[in-house]
Design a protein around this ligand. Structure first.
Ligand code: ZN
Ligand code: ZN
Length: 387
């Protein structure tokens, strides 16, 4: 980094004043250096910085000359990702697609609320339900977040697109659970250079009869995060199904000493939402707060005092600018190849801090690094494989 700053200082002393980059500028400080010194500096640059430098002028292109296709082909996927993400960080019109392993051009009509429109596009590549937690017409993709953070950092360029990316989205209208009414709202914000998304689900009983707000026979779309999905109906039915599944699984394992503890902890982890709803029913009119253990998501549930309205909020922290393979993004993405109980490693962050950050809009020390601890499920699977 120190090397890059030094290089920028050298470049600032002349090279960029000449628009004809192929003309060697004799006043550029960097070009006064001997080839050996210059090589020492450029050898310490990240590959994407070297690539960008090679495109500044003819002289620097010669110093940093490489067969880029060949160099890239020899890199691991992680290093290739770093290269594309590093380039996209600097270039305002590009985003790094790791599916195609290249940069794509900005499309200012591609916003989270246009998911149905852009989902089936053939060019440059189709997109899917990436987080697996979106509603049908709103999908926050990794590149949306990266564009929002980058354009916010750069200022001046594509500010209208930035505003569209940061638009609040609300879905009302046809209910998923008639005769109950339901709505969904998503509100993105950038706070302390972090991308935070607040989602809210609201369920109301506007009929004259008493009805359960979480009916067991309907599939309720309450995807608070990939680790807290309700399965097969309302909270009571979902909890009971999860409990019997875990019970069967734990008793298939050969770890007798750990059985009861494993079962208890695992059930507790995967029924945070169901238990939160039950608790909210016991304390109507009060917010019940909790946080996911496997992704930086705080959530809150409230049942109104007349029990005719339920509100669920989730605050997701997608972190600072980065790569799709960073834990700050991956933790939010559902892996369809995993067993539903395999919720991934624990993520280390201060529970409640994302909600506080949102409401206060001030600096909080939110840690989102990946925890070293393996989840209970991982340990259980290991013991099963020993059977
Ligand atoms: Zn692509
Ligand atoms: Zn989660």
């Amino acid at each position: 980094m120190r090397c890059l700053l030094f290089l920028r200082r050298l470049l600032d002393k002349g090279c960029h004043h000449h628009r004809d980059h192929d003309q060697k500028d004799p006043s550029a400080a960097i070009l006064q250096l001997s080839l050996d010194i210059l090589s020492l500096i450029t050898d310490n640059l990240a590959l994407h910085d070297k690539f960008l430098l090679s495109h500044t002028c003819k002289a620097l292109r010669q110093v940093t000359f490489q067969n880029w296709d060949f160099v890239l082909s020899r890199l691991s996927f992680e290093d290739q990702s770093g290269f594309w993400v590093g380039l996209a960080y600097t270039l305002p019109n590009r985003w790094a697609c790791l599916k195609c392993c290249k940069l794509h051009h900005i499309d200012t009509s591609d916003v989270p609320a246009a998911f149905q429109t852009v989902r089936y596009r053939g060019i440059p590549c189709s997109i899917k339900h990436s987080r697996g937690i979106e509603v049908e017409v709103y999908s926050m993709q990794h590149y949306h977040i990266q564009f929002a953070l980058k354009l916010s950092r750069l200022g001046k360029v594509h500010q209208r697109y930035l505003a569209a990316l940061m638009d609040t989205y609300t879905r009302t209208g046809i209910s998923f659970i008639p005769p109950l009414a339901d709505s969904y709202t998503a509100e993105p914000r950038i706070i302390n250079k972090r991308f935070i998304l607040l989602e809210e689900w609201n369920i109301r009983n506007n009929t004259s009869t008493a009805l359960p707000l979480f009916p067991d026979k309907s599939r309720l779309p309450l995807p608070v995060c990939p680790h807290m999905r309700m399965l097969f109906g309302g909270p009571a039915r979902s909890r009971s199904w999860k409990q019997s599944s875990i019970h069967r699984m734990v008793h298939m394992s050969n770890n007798n000493n750990m059985r009861q503890l494993e079962e208890f902890v695992l059930l507790k982890e995967v029924t945070l939402l169901e238990d939160g709803i039950a608790l909210a029913y016991e304390s109507p009119g009060q917010w019940i707060f909790n946080s996911c253990l496997h992704c930086p998501t705080d959530f809150a549930i409230m049942i109104s005092t007349d029990e005719r309205e339920a509100t669920i909020r989730a605050w997701h922290d997608f972190g600072i600018e980065g790569s799709p393979i960073d834990i700050s993004w991956k933790a939010h993405v559902a892996d369809k190849n995993r067993h539903w109980l395999d919720v991934g490693p624990y993520v280390d962050y201060s529970h409640g801090s994302i909600r506080e950050l949102w409401s206060e809009g001030i600096s909080h020390r939110t840690r989102t690094s990946q925890g070293k601890l393996r989840s209970v499920f991982t340990k259980l699977i290991e013991s099963l494989s020993e059977v």
